[in-house]
Write a protein that binds this ligand. Sequence first.
Ligand code: GDP
Ligand code: FE
Ligand code: FE
Ligand code: FE
Length: 175
Amino acid sequence: MQLSASRFAHVQRVAKVAVELAHQYGGDVQRADVAGLVHDYAKQRPDAEFKQLIQQEKLDPLLLQANNGIWHGVVGAEIIKRELGIHDAAILNAVRRHTIGDVNMTTLDKIIFIADFIEPGRDFPGVDQARAAAAQSLDAGVSFEVVHTLEFLLSKRARIYPKTIDTYNAWAAKP
Ligand code: GDP
Ligand code: FE
Ligand code: FE
Ligand code: FE
């Protein structure tokens, strides 16, 4: 087992919420379950492993200036492919996009992005609003989450990965 007990409990809750959202919104229930369970598979890997993979797999060089928050999804998908033998593109993309989203997102991408944010163990100011938005529509849930996450990162003066801005512009910025 490569995840702490609390992280494992989190991924189980994410899978459960993802399955519920898939039922509610006509998503792929089985993929939602699997993607929920594996989405944080690489979360507890050392930084050096991610940096090596970014170079080996010739991923976006800007990733080298990011951190675990970004890496465990974008680079984590490569680790899942190698170690778990999951080659399903839809599942791997949902993992890749679960932290920073993307300009274009599939129903499964949205489900995992949102389930990770609103699972019942989450307790941050705004989580109830996030749950209400997700109950309205997947797009409302994504839009709320994108703004909330960016505001949170700015309040900490965190470095923003460029794709996070692209996602914000696509989902939440006024025309
Ligand atoms: P978790 O893996 O279940 O804890 O949740 P996530 O995968 O959604 O989040 C990982 C972390 O990445 C969160 O703390 C986010 O705030 C953070 N994060 C998301 N986008 C960015 C970004 O552009 N820059 C930085 N520095 N962190 C980000
Ligand atoms: Fe994550
Ligand atoms: Fe998230
Ligand atoms: Fe997570």
